[in-house]
Design a protein around this ligand. Structure first.
Ligand code: FAD
Length: 323
């Protein structure tokens, strides 16, 4: 029997959506492996009903470790304690950097292997296969594991699916390692751009990798403010992954789906994963220096040229027209 242990990220009494997705995916995969999906909460005061609620997403056992929340080292100590007690083949983390950090550490501690940026899992030949995009996300590679398989997924890789019902919570004793005691969270804040709202915008100026840097997003911002009203700035995943723009503004398969009156792409190639999030826009305008960019195949208006010359000129023209 091979069970899957999922780390259940939580904050202020709510279980993170990515963690719920990971539990759902684990429950499905564990069922096919002939095992179970279990969840682990780490925190000083995780309520029974919060922890137990993940039973409704397929976890058949829920463990709770009393230790500082949100830090990788205590999570590793708690995972280690649970893994030592049961028959686990895999550990799964929903999206987020904490999973990459804690995942690498628990894989190293238990002599296992880790796959990061995973976008899907499936069961094949009695084992779990993790799917990992490679080569600029143009191909998917399959990862299998020797020993413990640790899977740290991308944000939104797994959708929460309700199945089952709340379960009882089992408290576990964890001996914190020296490293765990040396770190504390001093302050906690909202991710930059948590207030970005692209779904309601009538005009969306979308920055892609072609913008070249985080600073150059000012080109997109200037253009959006020239439109005024409900214009907003959004981004492709390439720009978000580069750290140029907050995830809250990402359009596409692993971001948001939008349908503005006008979508204006600056240095956006028009990859299929981006297209699925914006193809319902009433009007699609693209500025790209490559005349063969895929976005020109579905744009209503295409401008071939350097966005750094065209976008500021367009902003000026709009301002002049508005007077
Ligand atoms: C499972 C999976 C999920 C994904 N989910 C998403 C998602 O949700 N959203 C998303 O966007 N992508 C997603 N991707 C990634 C997607 O495949 C593309 O890699 C991404 O959309 C490319 O972003 P981009 O157009 O900014 O960059 P690129 O493809 O690198 O394109 C940059 C463009 O800028 C142009 N350019 C460069 N300089 C200039 C200039 N000075 N002036 C004008 N044009 C210029 C170039 O000609 C090029 O066409 C996903 C991929 C996978 C595998």
């Amino acid at each position: 029997m091979t069970n899957i242990l999922v780390y259940a990220l939580h904050h202020e009494g709510a279980v993170n959506k990515n963690a719920l997705g990971a539990i759902s995916a684990a429950a499905k995969a564990a069922g096919e492996l002939g095992g179970e999906a279990h969840a682990l909460f780490v925190g000083e005061d995780v309520a029974d009903d919060v922890a137990g609620s993940v039973g409704s997403y397929g976890a058949t056992k829920v463990f709770r470790a009393k230790a500082p929340a949100g830090l990788a080292q205590p999570i590793v100590d708690a995972l280690d304690a649970v893994l030592s007690q049961g028959d686990y083949g895999y550990v799964l983390f929903g999206g987020g950097l904490l999973g990459f950090e804690a995942g690498a550490a628990i894989a190293a501690r238990r002599g296992g292997g880790i796959g990061v940026e995973i976008t899907g899992i499936r069961v094949e030949g009695g084992e779990l296969v993790a799917e990992r995009p490679i080569l600029g996300d143009t191909q998917i590679s399959d990862i299998t594991f020797r020993g413990l398989g640790v899977i740290a997924s991308r944000l939104n890789a797994f959708e929460p699916v309700q199945s089952g019902s709340p379960v009882a919570v089992e408290d576990i004793d964890v001996t914190l390692s020296d490293a765990s005691a040396k770190v504390e969270i001093v302050t906690r804040g909202e991710q930059r751009g948590a207030d970005v709202n692209i779904e309601d915008a009538q005009v969306l100026v979308t920055g892609g990798r072609g913008l070249g840097s985080a600073e150059n997003f000012s080109v997109a911002e200037d253009l959006a403010s020239a439109f005024g009203g409900t214009a907003a700035v959004a981004a492709t995943r390439a720009a978000v992954d580069a750290g140029w723009f907050p995830y809250a503004g990402q359009i596409g398969q692993t971001g948001k789906t939008v349908a503005p009156k006008l979508y204006l792409g600056l240095g956006v190639s028009g990859a299929i994963q981006h297209k699925v999030g914006m193809q319902s826009a009433d009007n699609i305008v693209a500025i790209n220096k490559d005349g063969n960019a895929p976005i020109f195949e579905f744009a209503d208006l295409g401008v071939v040229g350097d966005l750094h010359a065209i976008a500021p000129a367009l902003a000026e023209a709009i301002k002049a027209k508005k007077g």
